[in-house]
Design a protein around this ligand. Structure first.
Ligand SMILES: [Zn+2]
Ligand SMILES: [Zn+2]
Ligand SMILES: [Zn+2]
Length: 281
């Protein structure tokens, strides 16, 4: 199983659209891996996580066939994870010909479903409904799609809706995808321990970078704690790859500096376009 990071910034992007802070200006100057777009990942070539406004550029810059995507799992309705207006372009009358896979299903919580419905209503009509199906999902209720078993787990994030992090399992490897979330709830550790599941890759929210973390996001100060707890219950072992991702410009560090700081605590640092083969553990 492969995971490709398409966007690795927090909500504002890095450089942020309207920001002239020294860290955004520095990113503009450095380019390359210091340019971070909004949060999205692709697993193999058919399973997408989240649908931000940068989706179009993710498809173009990575030369990806987005018409081959069958499943789109949305973590929560924040705009950097779900900006659904471009889903309207899955309309075969004008915008999408010869698609590799004619149908894509969008999975998410009730707020994600509401946002999607409102957007489709705004842009389309009954005759021009885009080729998507939708399925509302619930925490701890595993969804079986293709070769994947995907379990939404409650995220410590956006507490006015049921935000999810995901456990993604397949016979090619397992991933724990922790975006967005602060420190995980005890019940999530309990669930994972009861399931006796081990994962080859864990992707950690690291929005705060070197700042002190709090609330619904983590930083370099809190990810080792989550890692340790996951190791203690056997979810992670010595083969597991630990990656920090979802960075805010307020966190200051360049990509190269962030790589150094991450490495010191045993983590890899994500960048836009990074592809990782998930080890079997
Ligand atoms: Zn986010
Ligand atoms: Zn900035
Ligand atoms: Zn969020």
């Amino acid at each position: 199983m492969k995971l490709k990071y398409l966007g690795t910034a927090a909500a504002e992007g890095w450089p942020a659209l309207f920001c002239k802070c020294e860290y955004c200006e520095n990113a503009r100057k450095l380019g390359n891996k210091d340019i971070r777009t909004r949060s999205q990942s692709l697993i193999n070539d058919d399973l997408l996580i989240d649908f931000p406004a940068d989706t179009y550029m993710h498809a173009v810059t990575n030369n990806l066939d987005f018409s081959a995507i069958k499943y789109c799992f949305v973590t929560h309705s924040h705009l950097d994870h779900f900006s659904p207006s471009d889903l309207f372009l899955r309309n075969t009358d004008f915008y999408a010909h010869n698609m590799t896979t004619p149908m894509m299903t969008v999975y998410g919580n009730g707020d994600v479903m509401d946002k999607l419905k409102k957007t489709i209503k705004l842009f389309g009509d009954d005759e021009a409904y885009p080729l998507i199906e939708t399925e509302e999902i619930k925490a701890y209720k595993t969804v079986f799609v293709g070769k994947y078993s995907i379990t939404p787990l409650p995220a410590n994030h956006k507490h006015n809706e049921n935000a999810f992090v995901y456990l993604i399992e397949s016979n090619e490897g397992n991933i724990l995808y922790l975006h967005d979330t602060g420190l995980l709830y005890d019940e999530v550790y309990d669930y994972l321990q009861k399931r006796a599941v081990s994962v080859g890759l864990i992707s950690y929210d690291c929005t705060y970078v070197i700042l002190e973390s709090a609330g619904g996001h983590m930083g370099l100060d809190s990810v080792p704690y989550v890692r340790k707890r996951l190791e203690e219950i056997g979810v992670a072992n010595e083969k597991t790859v630990h990656i920090v991702n979802h960075f805010s410009h307020n966190g200051k560090l360049t990509h190269s500096e962030l790589c150094d700081e991450s490495e010191k605590i045993g983590f890899l640092c994500a960048y836009d376009g990074m592809e990782v083969t998930v080890p079997m553990v």
